[in-house]
Design a protein around this ligand. Structure first.
Ligand SMILES: [Zn+2]
Length: 181
């Protein structure tokens, strides 16, 4: 099992035989680990599966997660959360997605851990918005799952805040005028 075409064919045969649920397709990291291939090859194999329509994208972005039970939070979610740190962040201490966000398996789907934390307290993220880890509230990590550090914002606002936070961290003083959109 070496190249991405072989990996693709392997997973396709598992799905065809009914041995693998297309909605629970392994992540790039899991393929990498299982077959000892490079992350690039694993990701490529996964992309082929998604493009072929064989696998469904499992990372849920911008879609409500559905009901999240108290039991799931208490027994499955919270054991992966570190104690509050000096910034007030509650850092995720388990698997992550390729984009660096915490990963949690909710009802068989791979979802973002911080979205679970937010939706458990506040309900679905409004359509078209995404969750910002709010720098102004002290949040300093995308692994943070403190719902008080999360706010649904537009994509452009999220990007703008990200740039502003980077400038702040770089110690660059930007005048209010220059900072205005
Ligand atoms: Zn935080």
């Amino acid at each position: 099992m070496r190249n991405s075409t072989e990996l693709f064919n392997h997973y396709k045969s598992l799905v065809d035989k009914g041995l693998l649920d297309p909605e629970i397709m392994p992540t790039g990291a899991e393929i990498e680990e299982q077959f000892g291939v490079s992350r690039g090859q694993a990701t490529h194999a996964r992309t082929m599966l998604l493009k072929s329509g064989l696998a469904k994208p499992q990372i849920v972005h911008g879609q409500p997660l559905g009901p999240i039970s108290d039991m799931v939070m208490a027994f499955d979610f919270l054991p992966n959360v570190m104690p509050r740190n000096e910034n007030g962040c509650l850092l995720w201490d388990a698997g992550t997605h390729g984009d660096g966000y915490g990963r949690f398996k909710l009802n068989g789907r791979d979802v973002q851990a911080h979205q679970v934390a937010y939706e458990y307290r506040h309900g679905p993220v409004p359509e078209g918005l995404e969750l910002d880890h709010v720098f102004a509230r002290g949040c300093r990590s995308q692994l943070c799952v403190n719902h008080e550090h999360l706010e649904p914002v537009t994509r452009s606002e999220n990007v703008r805040r990200g740039h502003a936070a980077k400038r702040y961290m770089a110690g660059i003083v930007v005048s209010t005028e220059l900072d205005a959109d």
